[in-house]
Design a protein around this ligand. Structure first.
Ligand SMILES: [Zn+2]
Length: 425
């Protein structure tokens, strides 16, 4: 596979991107060199910006295949009767959209060469488990910090990642406890090859446990600790796991000064590590708790991390089939500029019974910008907090518990994408 591509990147005009010439010594960090003969994993610095572009070129050159997709994906099987059901393949008409009435549940079954992303219903937090072909695994955030939501994150990791497996990459988007719940348990239970995190210190027990576990994993297992407090780690850096590419789109220990004044909460969230997973012309964007607007701004206002990503999208693509929405669907993310640049077909809100997430105003921006209602998922389905919470699917008076609304994303070997609420096996 050749990656000799031309990419004109003017880093001088790209605030926040590292200046040219930075290359990580992948050998010293325990990564294999990127070469056609060595496809198990890749990490590199700015040269990978070119490789991101390479992936995009590949995307373009193969785009005709997407249009010739067969109309039924055998990786998707109808299973037991259930409640809500929604599943779609992009651009084809096999969608079974049953919304409002609740009849057929669709369960996505992963073939060995498919990518499965499970957005775990951890309550008001985020926990994503990614299973890739060739026994590669990624964790993006480690769940809520207490109760059933915390346990369900760990249970889901153990369900999808075999005991003796190695986790290739753990990304901890930022340092808030609703994203770190079982980070320490995962690091204790598995060999984790590398952890990418902000290193933004907090005084919470959850953060301290995660920090201690990362250091221990580094000492005992040689885990590569990519702490953005110490690494100048350029957005665009890409890992490769077989045919899966995972690119860091954004991520800063502290938000760059040029993003302007941010309040305390915005500052903690805006540096969130955002990654884009790409496989067979399909992509999923994991947006952490990134920030794109001040609450109360007009809908077309675009600031901070989301503006950064939009401004740099020609260098580091963010257009994606599936978006795990910023900040649980809070109104200080999902700015119109970002939604339009990502142009997702599917949107998932990882929310619970707290903070009135997802917010109606944020959900409405997706609808206004072309996302179909039946392609919007929430891990607090049925929840009723009233106030500014999005009312779609609300059951009056219901306090939605964790663990009952996992959402599965399947990227098939054939290049199809499907999203569905998970049904019990
Ligand atoms: Zn959060």
């Amino acid at each position: 596979m050749g990656f000799a591509v031309r990419a004109k990147v003017d880093h001088r005009s790209t605030p926040g991107l590292a200046s040219g010439g930075v290359t990580f010594d992948v050998q010293n960090e325990g990564y294999p060199q990127f070469s056609p003969r060595c496809e198990s994993a890749l990490m590199t610095g700015l040269p990978s910006v070119r490789r991101v572009t390479a992936a995009k070129s590949e995307e373009r050159s193969m785009s005709t295949r997407i249009r010739r997709k067969r109309s039924v994906d055998p990786a998707v099987a109808l299973r037991e009767p259930g409640r809500w059901s929604m599943a779609c393949a992009a651009g084809v008409a096999w969608c079974a959209l049953v919304l409002g009435s609740v009849d057929v549940a669709i369960s996505l079954e992963r073939g060995e060469n498919d990518v499965l992303v499970r957005v775990v219903d951890t309550g008001p937090g985020l926990c994503c488990v990614v299973v890739m072909p060739g026994d590669h695994y990624m964790i993006y955030d480690a769940g809520y910090f207490q109760g059933l939501g915390e346990r369900h994150c760990m249970d889901s990791v153990q369900e999808l990642v075999p005991d003796d497996a190695t986790i290739d990459l753990m990304v901890l988007s930022h340092s808030d406890a609703d994203h770190l719940g079982v980070a320490d348990e995962i690091l204790d239970a598995y060999t984790v090859k590398r952890v990418l995190h902000l290193g933004y210190e907090r005084s919470t027990r959850t953060w301290e446990d995660a920090d201690r576990a990362i250091k221990l994993e580094k000492e005992r297992e040689g885990c590569v600790d990519i702490n953005l407090r110490y690494f100048e780690y350029p957005p665009g850096a890409t890992y490769r796991f077989g045919d899966v590419f995972v690119t860091m789109v954004a991520g800063f220990h502290t938000p760059p000064a040029e993003w302007g004044p941010l309040n305390t909460s915005e500052s903690r969230n805006a540096g969130s590590i955002v990654v884009r997973l790409y496989y067979k012309q399909r992509s999923v964007l994991f947006a952490g708790d990134t920030v794109g607007r001040h609450i109360g701004n007009p809908p077309d206002k675009c600031i901070a991390a989301e503006k950064f990503m939009v401004d740099n999208r020609e260098v580091i693509p963010i257009d994606s089939d599936v978006l795990i929405a910023p900040h649980h669907g809070a109104d200080n993310g999902s700015a119109t500029c970002f939604i339009q640049a990502v142009s997702p077909q599917f949107v998932i809100f990882s929310a619970g019974h707290d903070y009135e997430h997802p917010r109606a105003a944020a959900a409405q921006r997706y609808l206004t910008n072309g996302v179909q209602l039946q392609n919007m998922f929430r891990t607090d389905l049925g929840d009723d907090e009233g106030g500014d919470e999005w009312s779609h699917g609300r059951v009056a008076g219901q306090v939605d518990p964790p663990a009952d609304d996992d959402v599965d994303i399947l990227l098939s070997e054939a290049g199809d994408v499907a999203v569905a609420y998970r049904t019990s096996p």
